[in-house]
Design a protein around this ligand. Structure first.
Ligand SMILES: Nc1ncnc2c1ncn2[C@@H]1O[C@H](COP(=O)(O)OP(=O)(O)OP(=O)(O)O)[C@@H](O)[C@H]1O
Ligand SMILES: [Mg+2]
Length: 324
């Protein structure tokens, strides 16, 4: 299995639960593991009954497992603060106010959240040295995956911008000092440096995601979830990323054969419908169904988490990283 493992899927299907179960399974097999959660509502903190924050911390009682919780809202704020700081060094005081207004708007922009989260994922992958495996309880969405095409696009764009930037520095220098041979200020140019940095960042992201990451999708046995999964596989495929496998979660348990009350008949009927849906998943979707996890009556934590971990037929051994 690749060093970076992502569990995607729509809201509430069990991404966090399955990620924690898989992370525990890895740690139990002696693989130094970090599980990264991005969901402030129900997250690794709830699953392990321990508060995690923005820096990795060991999970009590499970050797070789650490957890990290990213708050996407804080990420967006930090991201914009960073832009604000970089920009205020470079523009006049009168523009700072205008920039602040624009950034405030950017905060509300659709995609700001995903984009900040994506940056943070990549940051975690870049600093993953202490771990053999990092498990993310969310996969990048279609719109953030499109960023992976960015380096090629930026390549020519950065070149053109560098050219423009060079010209304007030349002009500025000539105007300012009336000198026909402008000083070489390009090297220290912060705008160019920043563009170059972004290009390299996305190059790293593309390499790491294409060569050292495996993507799994968690689904529930309802039609909406199955359709969504089909679409997600296609989205990933568009970006040249294969979905390695599917995990079906929250399956209805079968009643015993001798039970024939109304509840038992309802369950039997449901089990049958779900079976047909999963047959369709097996036959028609472009990724193997690796696990079928039944609904529990309680929150999945503690012993139940260990049970779920045992039902997850997902490899844990670590392949040598190819890119990172
Ligand atoms: N097999 C299961 N049996 C019973 N409850 C489950 C099972 N799997 C998950 N749950 C419960 O369902 C809820 C949602 O699960 P979870 O938080 O893992 O989903 P998620 O996909 O991470 O959600 P979100 O999209 O909000 O991040 C949680 O309360 C969790 O305990
Ligand atoms: Mg979650």
């Amino acid at each position: 299995m690749k060093p970076f493992v992502f569990f995607g899927g729509k809201g509430g299907v069990g991404k966090t639960t399955v990620s924690c179960a898989y992370a525990q399974k890895c740690a139990d097999a002696g693989v130094e593991t970090l599980v990264v959660s991005t969901d402030p509502a129900h997250s690794v903190s709830d699953v392990f009954d321990q508060q995690f924050g923005d820096a990795p911390e060991s999970v009590e009682g499970i050797d070789g497992l650490s957890a990290l919780e990213i708050d996407p809202d804080e990420e967006v704020t930090a991201h914009l603060d960073d832009i604000r700081n970089r920009l205020s060094d470079q523009v006049s005081a009168s523009m700072v106010n205008e920039i602040n207004k624009q950034l405030e708007m950017a905060h509300q922009t659709p995609g700001a959240y995903e984009s900040a989260l994506f940056d943070r994922f990549v940051e975690v992958m870049r600093n993953s040295d202490p771990y053999d495996r990092v498990v993310f309880d969310t996969a990048p969405t279609g719109s953030t995956l499109r960023l992976l095409g960015l380096p090629e696009f930026l390549e020519s764009w950065v070149e053109r911008l560098m050219h423009k930037r060079r010209q304007s520095i030349d002009l500025f220098e000539k105007a300012a000092v009336g000198n026909n041979e402008p000083r070489r200020v390009m090297d220290g140019d912060p705008v160019l440096a920043r563009l170059q940095e972004r290009k390299e960042f996305f190059e790293f992201a593309g390499g790491a995601l294409r060569e050292d990451a495996a993507f799994f999708l968690v689904l529930n046995p309802d039609q909406l979830s199955v359709n969504e999964t089909e679409r997600a596989i296609a989205d990933m495929d568009d970006e040249g990323l294969a979905v390695r496998g599917l995990v079906a979660n929250k399956l209805t348990p079968s009643p015993d054969d001798d039970e024939n009350g109304r509840g038992a008949r309802y369950l039997r009927d449901r089990v049958e419908t779900e079976r047909e849906r999963l047959d369709h998943v097996r036959e028609s979707l472009d990724a193997p169904l690796l696990a079928e996890i039944q609904s529990r009556t309680r929150e999945v934590k503690g012993d139940l988490l260990t049970e779920v971990a045992n039902e997850l037929d997902v490899e844990v051994g670590v392949e040598e990283p190819a890119f990172v």
